[in-house]
Ligand binder design. Structure first.
Ligand code: AMP
Ligand code: MN
Ligand code: MN
Length: 326
């Protein structure tokens, strides 16, 4: 792989310059792909004597407290001062910054948008969208290599975790030979797969399995077995369980299931919906019909209405998508 050729010149030019002040701006409810990539770029720029602020509208979840440098990730409601460059990763649209992108555009001449979502709105002054990348983590590995930035063990851990989580531990259809090439390079650079796996999946609290059992008792499966869903009234399970478990993966794990849904009642009569597919339907099209988006096999949206009504509407849309010829 010739990394320099595969990273657009304007992306390299935005970062390969005299040090200044940079903002690494995260999306709402940050996951490992956005955090790992922003922390990796932040470390690489700081090594080049940039002054870097990393943060976003929401705090990093406790489940990702093991990511090196995440303690410096700030909750930002407004932006202080000006920046020479703002970088967003894994963020398909400006809505997912709760308005910070508009402030960032006023505060900086250059906004770099690095993402792998097919519905990316190209809101940056520089846009690099690679829908073939399993994770933004793969793109940022290529970026740092092209910049000849040393991939330290802490950068490697951040990027390995980004790739690990967005591929469901290297299990999903987005995995390519290059995913493994990059994971191998990151492991050679000091990422430790067993440490990352254990940090992600073996740090449950003593009461977590009981809470998980309570939540999973609510899973429902359609008569034909092709759709499974989990509808959670607000307060039904503690927030920390939702943060630490990818609950939608449990209905997804049923063999006959083609589309899995997690519906979480939020305050204010809104429901957060997560959709997962297995190639039969593009769940991002279903999410888009409700104002959301995502990837073909992993998408989400937030819908107004009661849990009961939103569940019905989503299930109807899923049935229609499964019935429609592709
Ligand atoms: P989630 O189900 O929240 O883990 O999200 C799965 C995928 O869908 C991620 O790639 C998100 O970027 C995307 N996604 C989730 N919620 C939304 C939304 N409200 N609008 C656009 N994309 C979303
Ligand atoms: Mn993300
Ligand atoms: Mn991602």
């Amino acid at each position: 792989m010739n990394d320099t050729l595969r990273v657009p010149g304007d992306v390299l030019a935005a970062l390969d310059r005299a040090p200044g002040r940079a903002l690494m701006l995260g999306h709402v409810h940050p996951d490992a792909d956005v955090l790992g990539t922003l922390l990796a770029i932040a470390e690489a720029l700081r090594a080049r004597r940039w002054s870097v602020v990393a943060g976003g509208p929401h705090r990093a979840p406790d489940a990702l407290s093991f990511l090196p440098g995440v303690e410096g990730y700030e909750v930002l409601k407004t932006l202080d001062g000006t920046f020479d460059v703002v970088v967003l990763t894994d963020c398909p649209n400006p809505d997912r910054t709760e308005g910070l992108i508009d402030a960032a555009k006023d505060a900086a001449p250059v906004v770099v948008n690095i993402d792998h979502h097919p519905d990316n709105r190209r809101y940056g002054t520089v846009n690099w969208i690679d829908v073939g990348a399993a994770a933004t983590g793969e793109m940022v590995y290529r970026l740092l290599t092209a910049l000849r930035a040393p991939v330290t063990p802490t950068i490697a851990t951040n990027l390995f975790t980004a790739v690990h989580t967005d591929t469901g531990s290297f299990r999903y259809s987005n995995v390519t030979p290059e995913t493994f090439d990059i994971a191998a390079a990151l492991t050679a650079a000091g990422a430790r797969p067993e440490v990352v796996s254990s940090a992600l999946y073996e740090r449950r609290a003593p009461d977590a399995l009981r809470l998980l059992a309570d939540a999973l008792a609510r899973v429902r499966v359609s008569d034909d077995g092709r759709v499974a869903w989990l509808a959670l009234p607000s307060g039904a399970v503690p927030e920390r369980l939702i943060e630490s478990e990818e609950l939608v993966n449990y209905p997804r794990s049923i063999g006959s299931v083609k589309v899995a849904c997690l519906l979480r009642e939020l305050g204010g009569a809104r429901v957060k919906v997560s959709l997962r597919g297995k190639g039969e339907v593009d769940v991002n099209k279903i999410a888009a019909a409700f104002g959301g988006g995502g990837h073909a096999n992993a998408a989400g949206c937030t819908v107004s209405g009661t849990l009961e009504v939103v569940t019905r509407r989503i299930l109807d849309a899923v049935s229609a998508a499964l019935a429609a010829p592709r």
